[in-house]
Design a protein around this ligand. Structure first.
Ligand code: GTP
Ligand code: MG
Length: 207
């Protein structure tokens, strides 16, 4: 199987808060989770090579719904609202848990979660809480350390080793990523292809 994945199309489908608002569970799906402002939307845009498919912003806490995108008409990517941002209104914070938990436990077509953390700091208590919750609930998960470009090269593997220790996974399973440079893009796509059961025999994209 050719592990490469050529992105032919990527479109916004819908935003949802309640389960009745999700699109039909007719395609395999991967969700992206992480703290507010960690770089979830930028990572999705980088994976699909569309600069503005998903709105990014300097203001944390902008994404407060589950946002569904369909890729190649073959699978969904879901941008989950960020957690851990203190300045969102109380009502929004209280809604986050049930909204995301309902989605993660009930979505039949969910193949796994990409959990995005900041390469510059150790996983936060919020990060560990989600990571352990995914484990306990047997939701497959991939840990990604993003904004790796903001760290000197030598510190990237150190950060990967520290994260491996606190997440209790082998270091090589943690993806070092940068939406700026594209570092880790191919590695992450290869892992996602396995989850999504899609093979792609068309030639690899450049880089
Ligand atoms: P919310 O939706 O608000 O929770 O944020 P988010 O997690 O989707 O983060 P977003 O992708 O909007 O990125 C937040 C900020 O970080 C933006 O200013 C991005 O340009 C910047 N950023 C994201 N990824 C990277 C990266 O890999 N490298 C660098 N240098 N900056 C990044
Ligand atoms: Mg976002």
């Amino acid at each position: 199987m050719n592990p490469n994945l050529t992105i032919k199309s990527a479109e916004y489908v819908t935003s949802a808060v309640k389960r009745g608002q999700y699109p039909p569970a007719d395609l395999p799906e991967v969700a992206f989770a992480g703290r507010s402002n960690v770089g979830k939307s930028s990572l999705i845009n980088c994976l699909v090579r569309r600069k503005k498919l998903v709105r990014t912003s300097r203001t944390p806490g902008r994404t407060q719904t589950l946002n569904f995108f369909v890729i190649n008409q073959a699978f969904y990517f879901v941008d989950l609202p960020g957690y851990g941002f203190a300045r969102v209104p109380e009502s929004v914070r209280l809604q986050w848990g049930p909204m995301v938990e309902t989605y993660l436990t009930e979505r039949k077509s969910l193949r796994g979660v990409v959990q995005i953390m900041d390469a510059r700091r150790p996983p936060t208590p919020d990060d560990l809480q989600l990571w352990n919750w995914l484990r306990v609930n047997r939701v497959p998960a991939i840990a990604v350390l993003t904004k790796a470009d903001k760290l000197p090269r030598g510190k990237r593997t150190t950060s990967q080793a520290h994260a491996a220790q606190s997440l209790a996974v082998p270091a090589e399973e943690i993806v070092l990523f940068s939406a700026e440079s594209g570092q880790g893009r191919q590695h992450l796509l290869e892992r996602l292809v396995k989850w999504l059961d899609i093979s792609d025999t068309s030639p690899a994209e450049n880089s």
